[in-house]
Design a binder for this molecule. Structure first.
Ligand code: NAG
Ligand code: NAG
Ligand code: NAG
Length: 260
């Protein structure tokens, strides 16, 4: 029995071109995804030999197939329970998985996407990991009866809210502030923060807006910011700066300079 196994091993090493090495898959090991932006995962077949016959090719995640092609090049897409919208494309041995946008639960190191090929020249597979960049969506701000408040929507992955008034950093403990966080079913975090300011500070008559800023817990950078002012100053709307909307920075500067 042992001799047979040894003989088999010898046979394998005598013919180093096993079927495994004839065909390879080319994928990007990691892909960076911007929030709300389309992202494409390509899986390209490359063979050193002629006569490659693909019998099956598929993209999957967590052993759940997302789409596949059969030997007749018929493409099948499997809709899953997750809310993210995707489609697949196939041409000449390249299968692409295209997401309208990548959601937090489907990204990260621990959630690789696998491309697998079945062919007459081997059965290789490769992984692509999608890293969602930190981000934030719309920011809302209002001045309530107790003080200013702001809400950061569609935040990823997480952040801390800091308040400023002119050059004063209110996070030093001089003013009480509260924060509430929640995660929606798509994995986005909503962060609401509000100040409770003592009336003796006469904050209601302050013409200087409160600055409410979100500092990412990952990069330690301020990724979003809004100025909170009384409705008579700006119609109840705050200004927003988001790391992905540079135009907003310019607009809020313009606004700020016009009114101050
Ligand atoms: C795969 O092919 C596509 C389309 O030809 C190309 O855009 C992409 O960069 C290729 N990807 C890799 C990992 O080779
Ligand atoms: C404001 O204060 C907080 C808490 O002490 C600190 O973490 C943060 O870095 C400060 N921000 C600035 C811009 O000074
Ligand atoms: C608010 O303060 C932070 C921290 O100092 C700063 O990075 C940000 O630009 C300010 N935001 C606005 C809208 O002025």
């Amino acid at each position: 029995m042992e001799i047979t196994a040894l003989g088999f091993l010898w046979l394998l090493s005598a013919f180093p071109l096993t079927t495994q090495e004839l065909v390879r898959l080319k994928v990007k090991p990691t892909l960076s995804a911007l929030c709300g932006k389309e992202v494409s995962l390509h899986c390209n077949t490359s063979s050193s030999q002629r006569g490659l016959l693909i019998t099956h090719m598929e993209w999957s995640q967590d052993k759940t197939p997302l789409c596949s092609v059969n030997s007749e090049e018929k493409l099948t897409t499997y809709k899953r329970h997750s809310p993210s919208d995707f489609h697949c494309k196939y041409t000449d041995g390249s299968l692409s998985l295209v997401f309208k946008e990548v959601l937090p639960p489907e990204s990260g190191i621990s959630k690789p996407y696998r491309c697998k090929l079945h062919s007459n020249q081997g059965v290789p597979h490769e992984y692509t990991r999608v890293e969602l960049q930190e981000c934030c969506g719309p920011v809302e701000s209002i001045v309530g009866s107790d003080g200013p408040s702001c809400t950061f929507n569609r935040v990823y992955p997480d952040g801390d809210v800091h308040w400023f008034h002119s050059f004063h950093n209110l996070s030093d403990g001089s003013v009480r502030h509260n924060t509430a966080k929640s995660v929606d079913k798509q994995g986005w975090v909503t962060i609401r923060s509000w100040l409770t300011i003592d009336d003796s500070l006469d904050w209601r008559n302050s013409v200087v807006p409160y600055n409410c800023s979100l500092k990412s817990t990952v990069s330690d950078r301020y990724i979003a910011s809004t100025l909170v002012q009384k409705p008579e100053h700006d119609g109840g709307k705050g200004y927003k700066i988001c790391s992905q909307g540079n135009i907003n920075i310019f607009l809020s500067f313009l606004f700020f300079s016009l009114f101050h």
